[in-house]
Ligand binder design. Sequence first.
Ligand code: IFM
Length: 801
Amino acid sequence: MLKNKYGFFSKDGREFVITDPKTPRPWFNYMWNENYAGLISHTGGGFSYLETPRDNRLTRMRYNCLPWDRPGRYVIVKDSESGKYWSLSWAPTIDKKYDLYECHHGQGYTTIITEKNKIRGEITYFVPTDLNGEIWKVKLTNLSSRKRKLEVYSFTELLMGNALNDIINQPNDKHFTDIHFNKEHETLLCTRRYWVLNRKVTVAQPNIDWRYNLLFTTTLPVSGFDGSLDNFIGRWRSEANPISVETGKMSNTEITAGDPIAALQSKITLDKKSEIEFAVIMFVVSKDEKNPFKASQLKQLKEIKTIDKKFEAVKKYWDDYLNNVKVSTPDNKFNLMLNVWNQYQAAVTFDMARNSGYYHGGLLFGTGMRDQFQDILGMVIAHPERVRKRLLNALRFQFKDGSTLHNFFKITEWGEKTNHSDTPLWIPFGIVEYLNESADFSILDEVVKFYDEGEATVYEHLKLAVDFAISSCTERGLPKIMNGDWNDTLDHIGPKGKGETVWGAFFLGYILKKSFELLEFRNDSETLESWKAKYEQLRTVINDICWDGKWYLRAFRDDGSEVGSQKHKQGKIFINSQSWAVISELAPKDRADSCLQSGKKYLLTPYGMQIVWPAYREIEDNTGLISRCVPGKKENGAVFNHASSWFVLASILNGDIEFAYDVYSRMIPLNSSKRIDRYEVEPYVYAEYVTSPEHKTENQASHSWLTGTAVWMYRIALDYILGFKTSLKGLTIDPHIPSSWKSFKAERNFRGKRIILSVENPNGKNTGIQSIEINGKSVESNFINPDDYSEKELNVKTVLK
Ligand code: IFM
């Protein structure tokens, strides 16, 4: 069984079950559909929002105060006879000892099971596929042999509007709240009479309405309610001991001002050994709906069978999603990640970007353009139609000169132009990957408006992005770094506009090369010729001036001084220049060998590859934030998993497959988190970084869930290790596996077909196909064009030589 001291993976891998609530940090999960989303911790913490966590936050979560992971979505049960009360999610009444505590984080739902005072509680939180809201389905079982009188308190602290404004202007913000109890429907109807949709922090107050009503209800008969946080909790108390729960008396306050809470009380009696099922439902409807109760078909929604159906639909959605890829290799942990958690995390990053998590408060970033065009890599296999929509939407944030906003916010459609040099180049990356998967070339002729003025086809948007990057090179032909590149913290290398990025040169080369197949397909020979020439020019300039003897430099400052050289005291070697030298195919073989060898020598840690070595210990104003960050963490020398995954890819491409797999395996969360009290964060998903040996908190991880690592680890495994390499024309089967694997099987959907691959490796090889058979017939090439086959399933059998 795959486990650690706080929990284990269920047998089918679909759940991580936490058995001790006192985890080192709150361990989160997500529940969401295309519009409505929430994060949910193993103690019921987390917040919900509609469309965007900054401008349309529905419930509160406090980031900068103790106790952490508060507030949340709580159901407190009270024994009316003894007066004892406890939470069905352990928090907020955490001082109580439970006979059983289990939190099951699954895909799109979290179930917390507790036993306390001879009452078993099972609470399942989920967001239905077809509701702008969430459901907390509860089952209570009386385990005792006497009748029990219980009170049930369901509550969540509301925000309803702009979460940034809630932090900076709450004392004024609270004069616009409205919460009323509708007796007929036993439902709290909650709203706010204004909405701050400012693009930045400003004293200007817009004169507009929050467009929604939020409904909070339960399927149980309601015996009391509260819309006032102050009255429900009471003076000098907290969620852990609300006065209303303690006294059993709800104040039935409807508010027209004040801090809002949605709290309902119900009273139930449970015969001995009997059980009851009920649900708490929270959702939003547009104020355009004159009768929100009718619009939401509340009556039907409140039926348990409707709720069960909605939960089944969530489960089916995830069964279908995960079914797109199935693997069975000799490495259980690899299988578990690929079959469930890595695929799932890729779906989370697709929808949450870097914008809503325990480590991403949802106030600052919105959706990053660079992140967005990578985050499609997972979802594109399961739902290319969603990716199509996403690409078309994101392209609206490009300018007519080919440059882009760096990030954008939904609803306000505002973002910042930060002039990071790499950002526009992720546009072609995402479009080509979409085409590789879907072969939907029609997208190229869609017309999309620019953020400033005018419009162009998707194909033109793509070319403009590349041409903008080419035109942003210095006289000697390297890309200007401008305000940074993929590494956000190399942000003061070129303030005068002369500094150059060596990684950016490799990346530009990679994007050019990646586009050649498309240019050929479009018969765009003029562009092809000029981009090929640029690619060759990059090869020359990079190899003339960016080689440091044993590895490639990272950048040149405005004054021409180097970054990332063996001459330096700190920041001698940066990972990305080495890995992308290989990925871009711009390094000659001897240099590819040497730079990867150097990476291996200086950057390898027990948890993966560190991003730079040695970490900066002295501040370098002319390098950037990297040198102000503590050594060993974040971009300053951590095992930055996203970058580490690229080193794995480079090692595969350069033929060092045993090493590549070794690093891949070190990075798998269950391996890097072996010392879980040190590692701290969720062991079922990748974290952005793991502290390297350069800091005394070595192995502590942070920023779990929302990282580009998710899609890259997924696709490196699928495309390169298992060997399903997609291209515009089809699929090439080319595995790169550890020699210890005697065989493996893997399946993936591709352009309407199921490709079922089984690989035998009798001679303990890493790669190289000896023979290949498709549906019983031997074939010459390992390239598959699915259109050549009428069958739905392609059984591909191969042997490594
Ligand atoms: O590349 C960035 C990413 O866009 C956001 N997280 C940090 C990365 C490295 O700086």
